[in-house]
Design a protein around this ligand. Structure first.
Ligand code: ZN
Length: 172
């Protein structure tokens, strides 16, 4: 997998929409896990971050109006890593996931988004792509800072955080 910055707005938009939609989905899952834990503040935070992704995707779709966006197969996307920038490091909704773990997944999400947009801004030869990507990188940077602030406020998990003493009841 070699990264290659998009050299046209339609190619960039196709990537940005995929990235944001996947992020929205991921945050939905994280919020659901926090609901199971009755952790309302974190559930709200994740739904808020999902909302930012939603807004971003809608904004990109607006910008993309009038362009013919390429329909890319999953393997045709050029991400920095093999997975989408905002999705890696997460292997399913572990119902025991602590707030600390969930926030770390969120932080990774936002950092990867920021890195993707920043790298596109740095490397693309298309000045319009660069300009829009730079704007997005700055917004993602704001989300990184927000999640970092939350991370400082939650307790670090104990070493035995995944020891399941009181498993939730399975519905009959
Ligand atoms: Zn974000």
């Amino acid at each position: 997998m070699t990264f290659k910055a998009p050299e046209s707005l339609p190619m960039f938009f196709a990537h940005a929409i995929a990235l944001e939609r996947e992020s929205v989905e991921r945050y939905g899952e994280l919020a659901d896990v926090m609901d199971i834990h009755n952790n309302e503040p974190l559930s709200k935070l994740f739904r808020r971050l999902a909302g930012y992704g939603e807004q971003h995707a809608a904004e990109v779709e607006r910008l993309a109006e009038g362009f013919d966006l390429p329909r890319l197969a999953p393997w045709e996307f050029k991400w920095i890593d093999s997975e989408g920038p905002e999705t890696a490091g997460y292997d399913g909704a572990h119902y025991l996931m602590t707030p600390h773990h969930a926030l770390q997944v969120a932080l990774e999400n936002e950092r990867r988004g920021e890195q993707y947009y920043a790298r596109v801004a740095d490397e693309t030869l298309d000045p319009e792509v660069s300009r829009v990507a730079r704007e997005f990188a700055e917004e993602e940077g704001g989300h990184v800072a927000l999640v970092e602030k939350w991370l400082q406020q939650v307790d670090k998990p104990r070493a035995d955080w995944d020891l399941d003493l009181d498993p939730p009841q399975q519905p009959e």
